[in-house]
Ligand binder design. Structure first.
Ligand code: GLY
Length: 585
């Protein structure tokens, strides 16, 4: 049961936070509800989830409505063609479980898959597409934890796809940014796929431009796909005409064809895995273990910070320094050890061992340590070499609590902005490029195999960090997570520290400018009027530089979705760096 939740008068309204206008100078304040809450990166998705909750649905039911709407209205970030990790707190048993719906490499994949290819050529190709997991995740989680009829959960997305929705500024901006990477409109790598080009642009081969924000668009193919899922379940996606279209789109990619087959789709499975939890100052912080590096890296950052008094200022120089050092140490281990545990042995327990993390914390001095070397955690692991730093994006986070006391934290992705850029003909959704999360090289410089190398049927390492935090009595107190590529780890860890250590509410925690170090430079977020709190970023940068940090200041556009469970109800934190919104009542 949720912690001493005071059930106050339940107002029959959906409390959806209005996005803050950029010209406002004060960041948004928290929304509080009493019975249930959903936080997503888009108001239409939030409204769809809130309605399911209002009708008595569980968080699992609401997730299906949310995900199907996100795939339509935030198509650059997640969808049926992608994968997800989901952490579930079950009120009846008090247990946390995790669902791995990560995309898988085709069975024909070999470890030299990306040999000789740069990131962009691999990304914009059929080689980067992993077998999608999201449709099966929706079915498995609904069958296990849902109470509403499956068929009803598709109605909001079908209505929007058929009737039309307005393209957001974020979608239009992201289309514009990718088009700008082409030499010209007719010679295109980005939006090379005619279906995606027609849907997301004005279609001009000479003056191509994104569909303007606010344009009302329809996606009848997506509505048809949803109807197929509604009537046939996930098998209507993993076999039959839709599966044939997916395979055809991958194999006949206009840039480089891929090798996914119908057999790969038919063999896809969602795996229920034990959560990876760390005790942090008496709180149980639980998330997704391998193939995600999320819970391990978030857990290491927290476990290292636990050795320090963090003070009272979430942007104080001392705290930012220590958070950066903890990030360096965590990323050094992550890049060496973490891969899909169905293929490689990862020292999961050893990486979170208290004594090991205390020994790592002892490496932190008043000065920046420079590039951290990986440690040697207790436990078994395969000989492995370090992977080069990676870049990621195109992800969304959903946090939900329902009236029954269940909680759900799901990070969902198609990897980069607009996935691999190909829209399945007749399907109305984009394919992922998740396989670029594998190491492009199978071995390190000395020839040692890299844990996250490509192997057939393997899932690429992720940074996604869907998290649920329990208090000392085992009650849910925080549901959090973020998109942001490998920055997800820092964003999520910071949101936890902001709430648990600095006593901020969920929205205040989101409003704090980000800072982190992924074992490179220390990144500081430039404050955004009306979105983040203001601070003297130049002074902080100078202070850190005096301690030897290489500092970069700029945009760190997370999309945190945070729910805090308090004595006074659910407190929602939505991220105005994206189109975040809170719903429920
Ligand atoms: N697509 C982001 C990640 O898996 O880390």
């Amino acid at each position: 049961m949720f912690r001493r939740l005071v059930v106050m008068l339940v107002l029959a309204v959906v409390a959806t936070a209005a996005p803050a206008a950029a010209q406002e100078s004060a960041p948004p304040t928290a929304t509080t509800t009493q019975r249930e809450m959903v936080v997503t990166a888009n108001p239409l998705a939030t409204a769809a989830g809130a309605k399911v909750l209002q009708q008595g649905g569980t968080a699992a039911d609401a997730m299906v409505a949310v995900q199907t709407v996100l795939g339509l209205v935030e198509p650059q970030s997640s969808g049926l063609g992608g994968g997800a990790f989901l952490v579930w707190y079950d009120a009846a048993s008090g247990e946390i479980t995790t669902y791995d719906a990560r995309e898988k490499a085709p069975l024909a994949a070999t470890e030299d898959r990306f040999a000789g290819l740069g990131f962009t050529d691999a990304w914009q190709s059929g080689l980067s597409v992993g077998v999608p997991g999201t449709p099966m995740l929706m079915e498995v989680v609904h069958e296990t934890h849902g109470n509403r009829p499956w068929s009803t959960l598709f109605n909001p997305a079908v209505r929007l796809a058929q009737g039309g929705y307005e393209v957001t500024g974020r979608t239009a901006d992201q289309v514009t940014a990718l088009l700008a990477r082409n030499p010209n409109c007719s010679d295109r790598l980005f939006f090379r796929d005619p279906t995606a080009f027609e849907y997301f642009t004005n279609g001009s081969e000479t003056e191509c431009a994104a569909v303007p924000a606010g344009t009302r668009v329809r996606n009848p193919d997506y509505a048809d796909t949803l109807r197929t899922l509604r009537s046939e379940g996930a098998s209507g996606f993993y076999s039959g005409p839709l599966a044939e279209s997916i395979v055809d789109a991958v194999q006949t990619d206009p840039a480089i064809g891929g090798d996914m087959t119908l057999a790969d789709l038919a063999a896809y499975d969602v795996v229920e895995r034990e959560p990876v939890c760390v005790d942090y100052r008496g709180h149980d912080v639980c998330g997704m273990g391998p193939p995600s590096s999320g819970a391990l890296a978030v857990g290491q950052i927290l476990g290292i910070l636990e050795n320090f008094d963090l003070g009272t200022d979430p942007l104080g120089e001392e705290f930012v320094h220590r958070f950066a050092q903890a990030g360096r140490l965590a990323f050094a281990d992550r890049n060496l050890y973490v891969g899909d545990t169905d293929f490689v042995t990862v020292p999961v327990e050893g990486m979170l061992d208290d004594a090991y993390l205390a020994s790592r914390a002892a490496l932190i001095t008043d000065m920046d340590m420079g590039t951290a070397a990986p440690g040697t955690p207790p436990g078994e692991f395969d000989p492995t070499g370090p992977q080069e730093a990676d870049t990621e994006g195109g992800t969304s986070h959903v946090s939900i609590v329902d009236r029954y006391g269940n909680a759900l934290s799901m990070t969902t992705t198609i990897e980069s902005s607009f996935g691999n850029g190909v829209m399945v003909p007749g399907g109305g959704f984009l394919l992922n490029n998740e396989l670029t999360d594998f190491s492009f090289s199978p071995t390190a410089g000395d020839g040692t195999p890299i844990a996250n190398r490509v192997q057939p049927g393997k899932r690429p390492r992720s940074s996604m960090s869907p998290t649920i935090v329990l208090d000392a009595d085992g009650n849910v107190e925080l549901v959090t997570g973020s998109p942001g590529g490998s920055s997800i780890i820092g964003y999520t860890a910071q949101s936890i520290v902001n709430v648990l250590d600095f006593g901020l509410d969920a929205q205040e925690a989101v409003n704090v400018p980000h800072h982190q170090n992924r074992n490179g430079s220390t990144n500081l977020e430039e404050p955004i009027p009306g979105v983040t709190i203001d601070y003297d970023v130049a002074a902080l940068a100078a202070a850190l530089e005096a301690r030897g940090h290489p500092v970069s200041v700029g945009a760190l556009t997370s999309g945190l979705s945070v729910i805090q469970v308090t004595d006074d109800g659910f407190v929602g934190g939505a991220d105005q760096r994206r189109d975040g919104s809170v719903g429920g009542r």
